[in-house]
Write a protein that binds this ligand. Structure first.
Ligand code: PG9
Length: 740
């Protein structure tokens, strides 16, 4: 196990580091003895705008004969040459390579920034003058804040030195450490909020880093009428009371925001809030780690995440995320069960590890940790934010919005959904993995929604014009606004999975897809000899959820952040243990906006089964028109077709009638399984195909279902695992929210 620095791990978890924002502490590529003639240095000077994050150009300046790089989101750093027209930071903790590009006349026309993960980010030279930046200085104070049970919580307070009026407070509470909060870090992480003038507060939660007390993972909510009990809401309440009393010149208003665990803490801040809390923004909050966030989805156990996160958070008071010495696929397959894997690494002795092993079903252990049971009023204006490809907490923001919406008589419950992975909107990017969206949607979000939201509720200023929901419609790549989510204008359409591998809407008159054949109609009505599609699922050879090798979740170079957009065509190539249905080539665009529901009628020859349903956009093969970003390596002749997951979710069959009382599935009997694949706002473009896949393993992210009912899958013995024949019957369908 390696223990990375706390900032690095926190940022890895938030994922913002993948972009041009602050980057993790890593050794910089060593500058060499390469020299650039002094007269050449001025040719590099200027402002460079990145294709994938145009909001924040990089500035190259020459000061006292030395070259420096700086952006609004990156502190100024001296550059050292490492090869012709190539520079690296002379020192420090922000590693990158800058390779300048030349136009035909030999002049510097742009550069490519090569990140530590080897991703390349081309930029055009847009000005021959360097840009200047406004980066306010903050006075930094470190405090211990007493809460109601006598415990003291550690916090950093940053007050703008140039403040001329009383300012509101913006607070983040976190389990990931706050010591590295400085003027530089807020200028890098929150440029739009810094611009709008806030006092920033960062607090270590109970039991983490320098705060006293005991850390409890997703601490359960207590009865707030009992003044002796504490939870994350009461700790926030007491902290806010202390802050508004003790920070000079604050305006008595507090906003709480954060992504993921800090998002859960922001959500908790809005439950029985202190009166000074005037706005919260829970971003990718986990609100129920069993139902649909980090640790289980519909009862299927997310063993790699549960394992790695528990080890990272509970084996030390500080982050201790590690790496595995082998492919996680091999490690968990060889171990056989989660109990056996956890025993090898010591996770079986940690509180949450014990929780997994003893409480596989949705009992009080998990229910008490569900914030969702407390979301029965919009106590303060709330901006929920989520990503369509959030690999950790996709359920939380969507479900929290849906639970609050019926109580939103003042219209203060807002939702923004974008084309992002977990927390990606904190950085600057116009793409996720290989999928490009045409604009820096991350910066769009912060500039158009996040900053105006806090400006309105904490400063009474600016124009926050969001009526209710903003989403980025993928495929067509444009921002949309709706009066409610899911949009009332979308109509539910059943998309049937026919036994001959075709997909079709029930009503051919809609002509959204080419009309059904007679055989398809016969299959749908059961008037055929074979009205099902079948495959054999073998737990001894489970389908990988991403291309191998599979690194530990937050290990160096891990592909965890983009697995949801990996090409399903190459991932499943050569396999026969799944079923697939495809539309014909679309004759016109089909747009869906709302929740996608799977409604399977299925049987298994075993007595338990997992069902994974994926709704896929199949891009056609296209001739290559581009060269690589470095401009010196031509790409292949054609881009092969690409299968992009739009929605995907798992359901563990034993929970089909109850999440707290699992039961065996009667072998070879048709049962109905119905569950949500969550939100999409996506256009399947004319010329593409709609594809649906069903499979029964998604490994090692999800533990293997033995396919024979056992009381506790966590401790299943090798002899419990059996291949099973799975049948998907013709009346199975997806319910799609189709926009007219
Ligand atoms: N997804 C992380 C997490 C949150 C809450 C519980 C468990 C894990 C996180 O990124 O903070």
């Amino acid at each position: 196990m390696t223990v990375p620095s706390r900032l690095r791990t926190a940022l890895l978890i938030l994922c913002a580091i993948l972009c041009t924002a602050s980057t993790p502490a890593q050794p910089s590529p060593a500058p060499t003895s390469y020299r650039v003639p002094a007269e050449k240095l001025p040719t590099y000077v200027g402002a460079y705008r990145f294709d994938d994050s145009p909001y924040y150009p990089l500035s190259i300046s020459l000061i006292d004969g030395k070259l420096f790089a700086e952006s609004q989101r990156m502190p100024r750093q001296e550059l050292a040459p490492s090869a012709p027209d190539t520079f690296v930071p002379a020192s420090g903790s922000h590693p990158f390579i800058l390779k300048f590009t030349l136009s035909a006349d030999g002049k510097i026309s742009g550069l490519t920034r090569i990140a530590p993960d080897k991703s390349t980010h081309p930029a055009q030279k847009v000005d021959s003058e360097p840009q200047t930046f406004i980066k306010p200085e903050f006075a930094r104070q470190e405090v211990m804040i007493p809460v109601r049970d006598g415990i003291k919580l550690h916090a950093i307070i940053l007050v703008p030195k140039d403040a001329t009026a009383a300012l509101p407070i913006l607070m983040q509470r976190t389990p990931y450490g706050v010591d590295e909060s400085t003027s530089d870090s807020v200028n890098s992480r929150f440029p739009e909020l810094v611009h709008d003038h806030y006092i920033f507060v960062f607090e270590d939660i109970r039991g983490r880093y320098e705060s006293e007390g005991t850390f409890v993972m997703s601490r359960a909510m207590v009865d707030h009428t009992n003044p002796k009990l504490v939870d994350e809401s009461t700790d926030t309440y007491d902290t806010v009371a202390w802050l508004v009393k003790n920070i000079p010149n604050n305006n008595g208003r507090v906003g709480v925001f954060g992504i993921s665990y800090p998002g859960f803490l922001a959500q908790a801040a809005g439950i029985d809030p202190h009166p000074a809390v005037k706005a919260i923004s829970p971003q990718a909050p986990m609100i129920d780690v069993w139902m649909g966030d980090d640790f289980f989805h519909n009862g299927a156990f997310r063993q790699t995440y549960g394992h790695d996160y528990t080890l990272g958070m509970e084996s030390s008071k500080e982050n201790a995320f590690g790496k595995l010495d082998e492919d996680a696929y091999d490690f968990f397959l060889k171990a056989g069960s989660f109990a056996a894997a956890a025993k090898q690494t010591g996770v079986d002795k940690l509180p949450t590890g014990i929780g997994f092993l003893k409480n596989p079903a949705y009992d009080d252990f998990w229910r008490s940790r569900g914030v969702e049971w407390h979301l029965d009023k919009v106590a303060v204006p709330t901006l929920l934010v989520g990503g369509f490809w959030d690999q950790e907490d996709m359920y939380g923001p969507q479900e929290a919005y849906a639970l609050l919406e019926p109580h939103d008589s003042n219209r203060e419950n807002f939702l923004v959904l974008g084309p992002w992975n977990h927390g990606q909107w904190g950085g600057s990017s116009n793409h996720l993995g290989d999928i490009y969206f045409g604009e820096a949607t991350t910066d769009d979000y912060r500039v158009r929604y996040e900053a105006p939201f806090f400006n309105r509720y904490l400063h009474d200023q600016g124009s926050f014009t969001l009526r209710d929901t903003a989403t980025f419609e993928t495929g067509s790549n444009k921002w949309k606004q709706y009066s409610h989510w899911p949009p009332p204008e979308a109509k539910s359409e059943n998309l049937y999975l026919f036994p001959d591998g075709a997909l079709g809407f029930a009503d051919p008159a809609r002509a959204m897809l080419p009309p059904m054949t007679g055989a398809q109609v016969a299959a749908m009505t059961g008037n055929t000899n074979k009205n099902y599609t079948e495959y054999v699922s073998d737990p001894a050879n489970p389908i990988p959820y991403r291309h191998r090798p599979i690194q530990a979740t937050y290990a160096e170079g891990s592909h965890w952040y983009t697995w949801m957009v990996e090409d399903q065509r190459t991932l499943l190539a050569g396999r026969h243990d799944f079923a697939s249905w495809s539309s014909k080539v679309l004759e016109h665009d089909v747009t869906i906006a709302g929740d996608v529901i799977a409604d399977l009628f299925a049987s298994t020859s075993g007595t338990d089964a997992d069902w994974v349903v994926k709704l896929i956009d199949e891009y056609p093969a296209t001739p290559a028109t581009t060269t690589s970003p470095l401009g010196d390596q031509p790409t292949a002749d054609t881009t092969p077709s690409y299968q992009l997951i739009i929605n995907a979710e798992i359901f563990r069959g034993r929970y089909r009638t109850s999440f707290d009382h699992p039961s065996a599935i009667p072998a070879n009997q048709i049962e109905e399984y119905k569950w949500s694949l969550h939100a999409a706002d996506h256009t399947f473009i004319k010329g593409h195909k709609i594809v649906v896949q069903v499979q029964s393993t998604w490994f090692p992210l999800y533990d293997r279902n033995p396919q024979t009912f056992v009381p506790n899958i966590m401790v299943a013995a090798p002899s419990d695992f059996h291949p099973a024949t799975q049948r998907i019957y013709a009346n199975s369908h997806l319910i799609l929210p189709v926009l007219p």
